[in-house]
Design a protein around this ligand. Structure first.
Ligand SMILES: NC(=O)c1ccc[n+]([C@@H]2O[C@H](COP(=O)([O-])OP(=O)(O)OC[C@H]3O[C@@H](n4cnc5c(N)ncnc54)[C@H](O)[C@@H]3O)[C@@H](O)[C@H]2O)c1
Length: 261
């Protein structure tokens, strides 16, 4: 057995949703570095705005709120590259911010949008990719969150923090953890593996300006700091590659120890 080859992604075609984002772009680059053909889906792409060649082979405009848009992107990927081996469900939208983010004030529409933007997008991604993986198997990796496992400590957010963490976000992500197990059980017969990764605090550098808030995020995990986007990529690569062919229904937590104490 050549163990290095287990991580080789040559000849594998991977789709990453939300691939233009902070964690999605790191996943795209890691998969490409190990030889994969990578298609990144995001609302930010257009013919003028494409990912760099080190990051992805193609960036397709996709609105994850729309099943038709997802269908079109999967079908285009299959037509251009001839197969789809890996789907990373990383993209997310809509939740509720400011006053709207608080459980006493959130209206029904905001609640539903946040649940759809976390759990609904994951469900649609899984359902729509199955026809492409049914014959040869595949790997689906869903992005959960530490706030799908434990509640945010709202004392560190405060009422006016723009990064306030709304109730529909964590509830949707808790659903992603369960949907991962359900889908793993349903799709094992096609040799489609379904796993999750659970990031802890990975603030985007542009948002990491409030040093007091950043310090409190650091203090709440064992390693005493927030994560950098490349630190999520190893877990995604493992689950995407043949190094994890006997792993399904699992959830790799990458949170500096936040949820373990
Ligand atoms: N960064 C963190 O601290 C953290 C922590 C826990 C979990 N996560 C999870 O990791 C994943 C990635 O997070 P991130 O920090 O990279 O976020 P991000 O905001 O940087 O990336 C999200 C991407 O999704 C895209 N997007 C938004 N609406 C879309 C739509 N309708 N259709 C298609 N694309 C759309 C955005 O353009 C963006 O590029 C998310 O699922 C998030 O919940 C992140």
């Amino acid at each position: 057995m050549n163990y290095k080859e287990l991580f080789d992604m040559t000849n594998k075609v991977c789709i990453v949703t939300g691939g233009a984002g902070y964690l999605g772009s790191a996943c795209c680059k890691a998969l490409k570095d190990f030889g994969a053909t990578v298609v990144s889906l995001d609302v930010l792409y257009s013919s003028e705005n494409q990912p760099s060649k080190e990051e992805a082979d193609l960036g397709l405009y996709c609105d994850l709120a729309s099943t038709d848009s997802i269908k079109e992107c999967f079908s285009k990927t299959q037509d251009i590259f001839g197969r789809i081996d890996v789907l990373v469900n990383c993209g997310i939208f809509g939740a509720g911010y400011g006053k709207d983010s608080r459980i006493e004030f959130m209206d029904d529409e905001t609640w539903k949008k946040g649940i759809d933007g976390s759990l609904g997008v994951t469900f649609r991604g899984i359902r729509e990719i199955v026809p492409y993986m049914k014959e040869n198997g595949g790997s689906i990796i869903n992005f959960c969150s530490m706030y799908g496992l434990v509640s945010p400590d709202l004392r560190i957010y405060g009422p006016d923090n723009p990064q306030t963490n709304p109730p529909n976000y964590g509830a949707g992500k808790a659903g992603v953890a369960q949907l991962t197990r359900y889908a793993a059980c349903s799709l094992a017969k096609y040799n489609i593996r379904v796993n999750a990764v659970t990031p802890g605090p990975f603030p985007k550098p542009a948002n990491a300006t409030d040093s007091e808030f950043m310090a409190s995020l650091g203090n709440k995990n064992m390693l005493g700091r927030t994560g950098k986007n490349h630190e999520i990529a190893g877990a995604v690569l493992l689950l995407a590659s043949d190094a994890s062919t006997y792993t399904t229904g699992s959830n790799i937590v990458v949170d500096g120890g936040w949820t373990a104490w």
